[in-house]
Design a protein around this ligand. Structure first.
Ligand SMILES: [Zn+2]
Length: 242
Protein backbone atom coordinates (compact mmCIF):
# COMPACT_ATOMS: atom_id res chain seq x y z
CA UNK A 1 0.00 0.00 0.00
CA UNK A 2 1.45 3.35 -1.00
CA UNK A 3 0.35 6.30 1.07
CA UNK A 4 0.04 9.64 -0.64
CA UNK A 5 1.64 12.38 1.43
CA UNK A 6 -0.49 15.48 1.89
CA UNK A 7 1.20 18.88 2.07
CA UNK A 8 2.70 19.47 5.52
CA UNK A 9 2.82 15.74 6.15
CA UNK A 10 6.08 14.00 6.87
CA UNK A 11 6.86 10.29 6.76
CA UNK A 12 9.45 8.94 9.18
CA UNK A 13 11.19 5.62 9.60
CA UNK A 14 11.36 5.75 13.36
CA UNK A 15 12.53 3.89 16.41
CA UNK A 16 10.14 4.77 19.21
CA UNK A 17 12.31 5.72 22.19
CA UNK A 18 9.79 6.86 24.79
CA UNK A 19 6.33 8.22 25.35
CA UNK A 20 4.75 10.28 28.08
CA UNK A 21 1.36 11.59 28.95
CA UNK A 22 0.90 15.06 27.45
CA UNK A 23 -2.57 15.70 28.95
CA UNK A 24 -5.80 13.78 29.57
CA UNK A 25 -6.15 12.56 26.00
CA UNK A 26 -2.85 13.09 24.24
CA UNK A 27 0.46 11.34 24.42
CA UNK A 28 3.87 12.74 23.50
CA UNK A 29 6.17 10.43 21.55
CA UNK A 30 9.92 10.79 21.23
CA UNK A 31 11.52 8.87 18.38
CA UNK A 32 14.83 8.59 16.61
CA UNK A 33 14.28 8.84 12.87
CA UNK A 34 16.28 8.17 9.73
CA UNK A 35 15.05 11.41 8.20
CA UNK A 36 15.54 13.94 11.01
CA UNK A 37 17.22 12.36 14.00
CA UNK A 38 15.31 13.00 17.21
CA UNK A 39 11.65 13.92 16.59
CA UNK A 40 8.91 14.71 19.10
CA UNK A 41 5.23 14.57 18.16
CA UNK A 42 1.89 14.08 19.85
CA UNK A 43 -0.79 11.52 19.13
CA UNK A 44 -4.38 12.38 19.95
CA UNK A 45 -6.65 10.01 21.73
CA UNK A 46 -4.17 7.18 22.19
CA UNK A 47 -4.96 7.02 25.87
CA UNK A 48 -8.50 5.83 25.18
CA UNK A 49 -8.78 2.07 25.49
CA UNK A 50 -8.11 0.10 22.31
CA UNK A 51 -6.69 3.07 20.47
CA UNK A 52 -5.21 1.37 17.43
CA UNK A 53 -2.42 3.86 16.93
CA UNK A 54 -0.84 3.18 20.33
CA UNK A 55 0.15 -0.37 19.37
CA UNK A 56 2.34 0.94 16.56
CA UNK A 57 3.94 3.53 18.82
CA UNK A 58 5.08 1.39 21.71
CA UNK A 59 8.65 2.17 22.82
CA UNK A 60 11.23 -0.24 21.31
CA UNK A 61 9.35 -0.60 18.01
CA UNK A 62 10.54 0.26 14.50
CA UNK A 63 7.64 1.96 12.77
CA UNK A 64 6.71 4.09 9.83
CA UNK A 65 5.20 7.21 11.36
CA UNK A 66 3.23 9.94 9.60
CA UNK A 67 3.33 13.38 11.18
CA UNK A 68 1.30 16.43 10.17
CA UNK A 69 3.03 19.73 10.85
CA UNK A 70 1.58 23.16 10.87
CA UNK A 71 2.56 25.39 13.78
CA UNK A 72 4.24 24.00 16.89
CA UNK A 73 4.35 20.34 17.79
CA UNK A 74 3.74 17.84 15.00
CA UNK A 75 0.78 15.52 15.25
CA UNK A 76 0.99 11.82 14.50
CA UNK A 77 -1.80 10.91 12.09
CA UNK A 78 -0.93 7.27 11.51
CA UNK A 79 1.76 4.66 12.13
CA UNK A 80 2.58 1.18 10.86
CA UNK A 81 4.85 -1.25 12.70
CA UNK A 82 7.84 -2.44 10.65
CA UNK A 83 9.50 -4.51 13.39
CA UNK A 84 7.87 -5.27 16.73
CA UNK A 85 11.25 -6.27 18.29
CA UNK A 86 9.17 -8.48 20.55
CA UNK A 87 12.17 -10.51 21.77
CA UNK A 88 13.62 -7.37 23.31
CA UNK A 89 10.36 -6.27 24.94
CA UNK A 90 9.85 -9.59 26.69
CA UNK A 91 13.45 -10.10 27.86
CA UNK A 92 14.29 -7.97 30.90
CA UNK A 93 18.06 -8.01 30.30
CA UNK A 94 17.76 -6.97 26.66
CA UNK A 95 15.09 -4.40 27.38
CA UNK A 96 17.07 -2.67 30.10
CA UNK A 97 20.15 -2.34 27.84
CA UNK A 98 18.00 -0.90 25.03
CA UNK A 99 16.35 1.57 27.40
CA UNK A 100 19.72 2.75 28.75
CA UNK A 101 20.76 3.54 25.18
CA UNK A 102 17.46 5.33 24.55
CA UNK A 103 17.99 7.48 27.64
CA UNK A 104 21.42 8.45 26.30
CA UNK A 105 19.76 9.51 23.04
CA UNK A 106 17.16 11.61 24.89
CA UNK A 107 19.83 13.35 26.95
CA UNK A 108 22.48 13.93 24.31
CA UNK A 109 20.66 14.56 21.04
CA UNK A 110 18.61 17.56 19.99
CA UNK A 111 15.61 17.55 17.73
CA UNK A 112 16.32 17.61 14.02
CA UNK A 113 20.02 16.62 14.17
CA UNK A 114 19.97 14.02 11.45
CA UNK A 115 22.64 11.32 11.31
CA UNK A 116 22.04 8.28 9.12
CA UNK A 117 25.03 6.42 10.57
CA UNK A 118 23.58 6.63 14.06
CA UNK A 119 20.16 5.52 12.85
CA UNK A 120 21.64 2.52 11.02
CA UNK A 121 23.84 1.62 13.98
CA UNK A 122 20.87 1.69 16.37
CA UNK A 123 18.60 -0.18 13.98
CA UNK A 124 21.22 -2.86 13.35
CA UNK A 125 21.88 -3.20 17.06
CA UNK A 126 18.19 -3.64 17.92
CA UNK A 127 17.72 -6.22 15.17
CA UNK A 128 20.69 -8.27 16.40
CA UNK A 129 19.59 -7.86 20.01
CA UNK A 130 16.16 -9.21 19.09
CA UNK A 131 17.80 -12.37 17.72
CA UNK A 132 17.39 -15.50 19.83
CA UNK A 133 21.13 -16.20 19.89
CA UNK A 134 22.17 -12.64 20.71
CA UNK A 135 25.07 -12.30 23.15
CA UNK A 136 23.69 -9.30 24.97
CA UNK A 137 26.78 -8.09 26.86
CA UNK A 138 29.29 -8.06 24.04
CA UNK A 139 26.79 -6.76 21.49
CA UNK A 140 25.80 -3.91 23.80
CA UNK A 141 29.43 -3.05 24.52
CA UNK A 142 30.28 -3.01 20.80
CA UNK A 143 27.32 -0.74 20.13
CA UNK A 144 28.39 1.86 22.71
CA UNK A 145 31.99 2.13 21.55
CA UNK A 146 30.91 2.34 17.91
CA UNK A 147 28.47 5.07 18.90
CA UNK A 148 31.26 7.08 20.61
CA UNK A 149 33.26 6.76 17.39
CA UNK A 150 30.41 8.11 15.26
CA UNK A 151 29.95 10.96 17.75
CA UNK A 152 33.60 12.00 17.35
CA UNK A 153 34.85 10.41 20.58
CA UNK A 154 36.77 7.47 19.18
CA UNK A 155 39.09 6.16 21.90
CA UNK A 156 42.79 5.81 21.07
CA UNK A 157 43.69 2.14 21.42
CA UNK A 158 46.27 1.67 18.67
CA UNK A 159 49.06 3.74 20.23
CA UNK A 160 49.60 5.40 23.60
CA UNK A 161 47.23 8.38 23.99
CA UNK A 162 50.01 10.19 25.89
CA UNK A 163 53.28 9.77 23.96
CA UNK A 164 51.98 8.12 20.76
CA UNK A 165 54.42 5.28 21.43
CA UNK A 166 53.68 1.63 20.80
CA UNK A 167 51.49 -0.15 23.34
CA UNK A 168 53.82 -3.01 24.13
CA UNK A 169 52.33 -6.40 24.90
CA UNK A 170 54.83 -7.09 27.70
CA UNK A 171 54.09 -4.07 29.91
CA UNK A 172 51.15 -2.71 31.87
CA UNK A 173 48.65 -0.43 30.25
CA UNK A 174 46.03 1.95 31.57
CA UNK A 175 42.97 3.71 30.26
CA UNK A 176 42.58 7.45 30.67
CA UNK A 177 38.94 8.53 30.66
CA UNK A 178 39.79 12.22 30.25
CA UNK A 179 42.33 11.69 27.47
CA UNK A 180 40.10 9.08 25.87
CA UNK A 181 42.51 6.25 25.30
CA UNK A 182 45.07 3.71 26.42
CA UNK A 183 48.21 4.98 28.13
CA UNK A 184 51.59 3.25 28.47
CA UNK A 185 53.44 2.60 31.73
CA UNK A 186 55.88 5.49 31.12
CA UNK A 187 53.05 8.00 30.72
CA UNK A 188 51.23 6.78 33.78
CA UNK A 189 52.52 9.57 36.04
CA UNK A 190 51.17 12.30 33.71
CA UNK A 191 47.56 11.26 34.11
CA UNK A 192 45.10 11.09 36.95
CA UNK A 193 42.27 8.65 37.46
CA UNK A 194 43.68 5.85 35.32
CA UNK A 195 42.12 2.41 35.18
CA UNK A 196 44.22 -0.65 34.45
CA UNK A 197 43.26 -2.21 31.13
CA UNK A 198 44.25 -5.67 29.88
CA UNK A 199 45.60 -6.61 26.46
CA UNK A 200 42.38 -8.50 25.80
CA UNK A 201 40.27 -5.46 26.60
CA UNK A 202 42.38 -3.30 24.28
CA UNK A 203 42.08 -5.93 21.56
CA UNK A 204 38.34 -6.03 22.06
CA UNK A 205 38.09 -2.26 21.65
CA UNK A 206 40.09 -2.51 18.43
CA UNK A 207 37.71 -5.21 17.18
CA UNK A 208 34.68 -3.07 18.05
CA UNK A 209 36.05 -0.03 16.26
CA UNK A 210 37.22 -1.87 13.16
CA UNK A 211 34.36 -4.27 12.48
CA UNK A 212 30.64 -4.50 11.88
CA UNK A 213 28.33 -5.29 14.81
CA UNK A 214 27.65 -8.68 13.26
CA UNK A 215 31.33 -9.60 13.36
CA UNK A 216 31.98 -8.27 16.84
CA UNK A 217 29.15 -10.39 18.23
CA UNK A 218 31.08 -13.52 17.23
CA UNK A 219 34.17 -12.69 19.28
CA UNK A 220 34.92 -15.13 22.09
CA UNK A 221 36.06 -13.47 25.30
CA UNK A 222 35.40 -13.98 29.00
CA UNK A 223 32.43 -12.26 30.61
CA UNK A 224 34.76 -10.63 33.14
CA UNK A 225 36.74 -8.78 30.46
CA UNK A 226 33.52 -7.44 28.93
CA UNK A 227 32.29 -6.41 32.38
CA UNK A 228 35.48 -4.44 33.05
CA UNK A 229 35.14 -2.68 29.74
CA UNK A 230 31.52 -1.85 30.60
CA UNK A 231 32.77 -0.14 33.75
CA UNK A 232 35.26 1.97 31.79
CA UNK A 233 32.49 2.78 29.32
CA UNK A 234 30.21 3.99 32.13
CA UNK A 235 32.88 6.45 33.28
CA UNK A 236 33.58 7.46 29.69
CA UNK A 237 29.92 8.44 29.26
CA UNK A 238 29.91 10.39 32.53
CA UNK A 239 33.00 12.33 31.51
CA UNK A 240 32.38 12.98 27.80
CA UNK A 241 28.59 13.16 27.57
CA UNK A 242 25.70 14.31 29.70
ZN1 LIG B 1 53.02 6.73 26.53
Amino acid sequence: MVKVLLPGMQKYTAIILASRKANEVNRLYIMYTLEQGLVKAVAKGVRKPNAKLAGHLEPVTLSEVYVARSKGMGQITSAITLETLENIKKDFGKLSEALKIFRFFLKNFSEGEKDERIFKLLCGFLEFLAGKEAKVEILTEAFWWKLFDVLGNRPEVVKCAGCSGKLRADSKKYFSISKGGAVCLDCRQNFEGLTAISDNQIKLLRVFLGNSLEKTAKVKISEKEVEKLAKIRGNYIKYHFS
